[in-house]
Design a protein around this ligand. Sequence first.
Ligand SMILES: Cc1cc2nc3c(=O)[nH]c(=O)nc-3n(C[C@H](O)[C@H](O)[C@H](O)COP(=O)(O)OP(=O)(O)OC[C@H]3O[C@@H](n4cnc5c(N)ncnc54)[C@H](O)[C@@H]3O)c2cc1C
Length: 557
Amino acid sequence: KFLTSSNELNKQYNFIVVGGGTAGNVLANRLSQDEGTSVLLVEAGGLNDALELKVPYLWPGLLGSAYDWNSTTTPQAALDGRAISISRGFVLGGTSSINAMLYTRGSSDNYNNIATLVGDEGWSWNSLQPYIHEDATQIDTISVTPPRYIQPIDDRVIQTTAVNSEFPFNAAPNAGNQVGMGWSESTIDTNGRRISSATAYLTPAVVNRPNLDILLHSQVTRLLSSDPTNAAKFTAVEFVESVNRVPGAAKSVSATKEIILSAGSFGTPPILLHSGVGDAADLTPFGITPVHQLPSVGKNLTDHLLIGTAWFANSTDTYETVKRNATLQAELLEQWQQTGTGAYINAGIDHVGCIRIAPNSSIFQTVPDPAGPNTGHFEFYITNGNVFGPPGLESDNFIAADPAVLSPLSRGSLTLLSANPLAAPSIDPAYMTHPWDLFVIGEAVRSAQRFFSSAPWNGYVLGRAGDFAALDIDDDDALHAFLRANVASGQHPVGTASMSPRGASWGVVDPDLKVKGLNGLRIVDASVIPLIPAAHTQAMVYIYAERAADIIKAEYK
Ligand SMILES: Cc1cc2nc3c(=O)[nH]c(=O)nc-3n(C[C@H](O)[C@H](O)[C@H](O)COP(=O)(O)OP(=O)(O)OC[C@H]3O[C@@H](n4cnc5c(N)ncnc54)[C@H](O)[C@@H]3O)c2cc1C
């Protein structure tokens, strides 16, 4: 049940899951399937019941809203000193409640490389197949559908795959080999509603389980030990409950079996650091007593890089026309509500291309290929309008591609800025500090231009828009300067509590996702992913969380 306040908490639970996000809700569901197991789910944000969290088309408006933690990076040296905004969900369902809903699993290489790296075959592509739960007819799984509102540009995209061999059609990009251009799949159900981990895994029947309590508006601040001889034997979580957004006094609640951190790549490391788990040198400046030396906490932060690029379109049937017309918006919303059809069932991205740079590219003289053969080096997806691209392009109609680096090599870190656990951490993704990333995103922009220069776009694509129009994209220096001035976050941070082999001197969790050297504390969220997949990250998070639930259940059988 949903608790109306922390006063209704039991004194203790078998499991406490911290963070009701993408991974956390999977665990809350799976662990409470056993009636004899009590589970508490603690989420900092509130309920996911607002209309804009349900209508796929409205998702861009969620960025920067009250459902977003609204994080910002440190000034990025390789991006002309710009600080970059990064969103993450501050609401039940976490980032799965505000994301773009694309469901891209990544390549088999991605999973197999991680399994090899951490020395556990259980994380390989083949072993994980039973954990891909995405069937609209089953209860407690995510619905994944292909585009069901076909956009006017879709035909031309498919025609391009037929005439330009750089973009071969891939009929099944989620089946292990992602290279090529294919139809996207999204976490949208057959009624045109967003599917999040909250809608899929916290159905009314699950919420009504007597052994599951859900506490909202409560931010976990640190982990507590009840053992006077061992400060790192964590048995309780401290949290601050907010009423009308005003934080109250710190309270605590105990776990008899495990605490599971699922607060996300930017939420999990701060809880560890404020609890004294991390590099002692990072903690003592803030007066935090180190209790468990684990230098990798917050390190290895990896994110995709993305650049919004737009072209003028010879059409009035684009996103801009809807954006400018309140009457049309009201009609589309009405249609969505009454019939579950129309433009509002679409999140905007019907095609994703995962492309490899040319095998004879100069970068390979100095950088070995970081991706396996089934894996794209870069991606671009096509949008019927300038949805995420350059600002200030309101009065015309556009088509856009958002080139992104899929296999980045830059690594950053997350550190504390304050002894106050409610304060935001310092986030430094170190974007484009590795030369590979700059090279690849440059090639991605050129590739997108070649895509729209293909015959099917004759007469439709009228030329590049905004600052992009004047750019000589064949001039490396000019292109790279444009990229430094304009790239943004791909919104896929991973790796800040990385999984590593048992006994390794680096990493934060073992392959069973237990925090190294500790009992009773596990991490299950995007932070444990040690190598970023060449994909939008929610699918991997769901798959990892399903296997994690089985690992935990097996241990307590
Ligand atoms: C704008 C945007 C668009 C995206 N689009 C896509 C897409 O189209 N497809 C895709 O696959 N991926 C997409 N992603 C990425 C994907 O959604 C995330 O990688 C994934 O959802 C992360 O899951 P998680 O469980 O690690 O974290 P989250 O889902 O973020 O869950 C963490 C939860 O913990 C809560 N929390 C944090 N700190 C605390 C605390 N101290 N106490 C209590 N609760 C806490 C948060 O409020 C949140 O609910 C997108 C991301 C963004 C930001």
